[in-house]
Each structure stands twice: as C-alpha cells, then as structure tokens.
Design a protein around this ligand. Sequence first.
Ligand code: GUN
Ligand code: FE
Length: 473
Amino acid sequence: QHVFRGTFVHSTQTCPMEVLENHILGVGSTGKILFIEHAEKEAQLALKWKFDESKIEDLGKNEFFMPGMIDTHIHAPQYSFIGSGMDRPLLQWLEHITFPTEEKFSDLDLASNIYETVVRRTLKNGTTTACYFATIHTDASLVLADIADRYGQRAFIGKVCMDSNTAYPEYIESTEESIAETQRFVEAMQNMKYDRVKPIITPRFAVSCSERLLCELGRLADSYGLHIQSHISESVAEIQEVLNLFPEYNNYTEVYSKNKLLTNMTVMAHGCYLTDEELHLFRSNGSAISHCPNSNISLCSGHLDVSNVIKQKVKVGLGTDIAGGYSISMLDAIRKAIETSKILFMEREKRRKESKTIHNHLQEENGMLPEKECNCRIKNNGKKVLSDQEAFRLATLGGSQALNIDHITGNFEINKEFDALLISPEIHNSPFDVFSQFSKEDMVQRFLYLGDDRNIKAVYVAGRRVVPFQNNS
Ligand code: GUN
Ligand code: FE
C-alpha cells in the first residue's frame, strides 16, 4: 500500500528515542508495517516484498516520520469550555463549570457538533489514539464513537458513570440506570463492530460513585473483557473526600482494586499523591497511570513525580485532560511533563542544597546531564529529570503500553499498525523554519519544543491517511 523512504524516529523498550536515517518502511494492505530497513537494501527489499521502486514515496529534506501520539486521558465534551474557568480548584470546578456543561450533552446536535470539532482538532494535532471520557448520556457517547470511526481515529470511548455525591444534582444517574445504560452502551458499541474504536468502562471517580456502582462496573468490565478508566489521587480535597466516603478501605487505590477496577486494562488519570505502596499495587496489577501535567498545574491539583512512577515500573502515558488542561496538543503534554519534572527536581535540590557549598552544587547540576551510550543518545537510568527523549516515549510507546495496545501501535516495529505523523519542520513562518545546521536529533527535539499542527503535514492511522481530511470526513 505504501513504501516510504527517509528518516523515522521512534521509541523502543530499550531506547527512548531512536533516529533511523535513510530507511525504507513498507506498509501492507492491512495497514501493518511489513518491514523497516536501511535503504541500501532497496533492491533486495523490492524483490522480497514485490514493490515497484518507482512507487517509493520519498520524504522531503528534513522531514521525518514519528509514531502518532496517544492521548491517554481527554474529556471530549469539556472541549466546549477549554481555556476558561481555570481559577477554581478541582471539586469547585466540577460543580460550577464542568457538570453544568456536560449536562447539556443530552442534546445530540450539540454533542455531534462539539465532538466533530474535538476529533478533527486532536487528529490534526497528531493524536492518532485518544482515550475519551464522554458524558453520562449513552446516545451522545455513541455519537462520539461514530465520529471517531468516521475520521479514522483510534479511540476508546467511555460513557461516564456517576450516581452519588455531586454538588450539582441535575447531572446524575441512579445506580440502576448507570449500570443498565453502561451495558446498553457496551452492546451498542459491539454491534457496530468498529475496527479501532472500543468502549471503555468509566466510573467518573470514587467521589461520585457508590460502592455498589463501582462493584457492578468492575463485574461488567470483567465479564465483557473491557478496558477501564477513571481518576485517582488528583487533589488533596478529593482524596480527603474519598477517605471520608470509604472508611473501610485503607487507601484510594484499594477502593478501585477491591472492586475489580484495577486490572491490566486500567488507566487512571493523575495519581499525584499515590504512595509507593499504592504504586506497588498498580504495578502488580499491571495498571497504568495517565500523567496530565497541564491539568495538574492549571487546577493547582499537585504534581506527579513521573520519574518515580517509571522507577517503580508502573506503566505510564501522557494525557491532555481537556479541559482541566487547556491544550489539545500532546506536544504541550510533553513539554509540561518535562517542566513539571524540572520543577520537582529544583524544589528537591533546593532543600538539599541549603546546607551545602557552591562546589557541591556545581557537581550535582552536572548530575542531570545525560550520559552518552551506544546508539541511544540518552538513557534515563533513574535520572532525576525526565529527558526530552523519555517524554517523547511517554507520548507514543508509553501511551500504547498504558492502554495495553502496544502489540498494535506505539512505534515502528514490524507487524504493528502504521500510526504515524509526517513532520515537516520547514513551514513558512513556523517558529523554527531555519535550522539546517542542526542534526536530526536536534531537529526532533526542536519540533517537540517549538512545533505545532502546521508542522504535521500528514497523519496516518493503520496505514490510512486521515489528515489532511478526506472528502468523506
Ligand atoms: N475528577 C472527576 N471528574 C473529573 C474531570 O472531569 N476532570 C478532572 N480533571 N478530574 C476529575
Ligand atoms: Fe480528567
């Protein structure tokens, strides 16, 4: 179907960022990667894979392919108030802004309108996979699924469940309704037989779910073999509320784990205040965290120490958490993840350094410089600051691991589906259009910091070009 020649940048299990220059990548008719090899083997490859050498699509000078980015946590309806209301802490923000807005999504025309915009904008910004929260409304959630499928985005769609304790009682379901509607949602999704759009069980968070609802949702996820998403340990006030509501449980994580909601198909957003003991439970259950640094800062919720999460070998990806986070772009999530990590590093060092001499300071600052190692420029062996390369991995391969789809997507390994972004740094008026003196590695790094949707020339999901948009979408 496609044979591309040029530079491919991706992450692997052992290398956070690998730059493969002058390579040829072949995509089969099923959308899977057939081969990726050095271009000097072109003639052999053409024979073996029966492609015509004149059909090779050459990338432009300085262009490169990277894997599509994976937004592991995004609230589609909240796109309607993105960039507003960020002066309130989480629980007030939910009560005064979020719930009243989500309530309006019983209107299918409104839902369809907003959801179409969200899918288009995320795709255009390079999000090839999105893990969505919709609202409590089953039919509107099905509309979101339909739009994602129509545009060719890989997606998980969650009909939100909440039956208790909201300070805004207009937006709530009964326990029975929530369970029955979730079942209806899952069955309707299964009947649609979408290739790459799947349902995900979505208790909003422990504060707004009764124990019975949590327990029944855990059962549903188990019996249908479904993914699960929710929020955990995002803000101090939220955790306090959970501990008040669930006095029988030892900690927040147990509220989910004892109700079968912490599985190897689970992704929990935030986790800023999880203890190492709770992280251990995540690890042993194979559950993942979605790191949403923009939202954590915007709502003053807290910081996640993502280096510690990685060190504890818990699966982790990045999320925009629209509209707790104000940016739709996963490039922003990459930047905020790095900045959060640097802030935590500086705060910690400040405390440690207060008793030390200048000489020691200088030595320790050198400690954050990366080591050179084999063909990997940087290995983040428990380094204190998240490297740019590691952040790139979180946005791509890390996200696929967090969503348990790393056998399907996340990098350019053979047999995975070709989810990819064609990056073109040289766009007129783009913030970094003059850079030819830089190496390929530097160019990728500058794209991560300075790039935007103008530099994303094309987006592919499973080998199909989905951006620029086709006539049917
Ligand atoms: N916790 C429960 N609901 C939400 C939500 O919509 N956004 C965020 N950031 N946290 C939540
Ligand atoms: Fe969220």
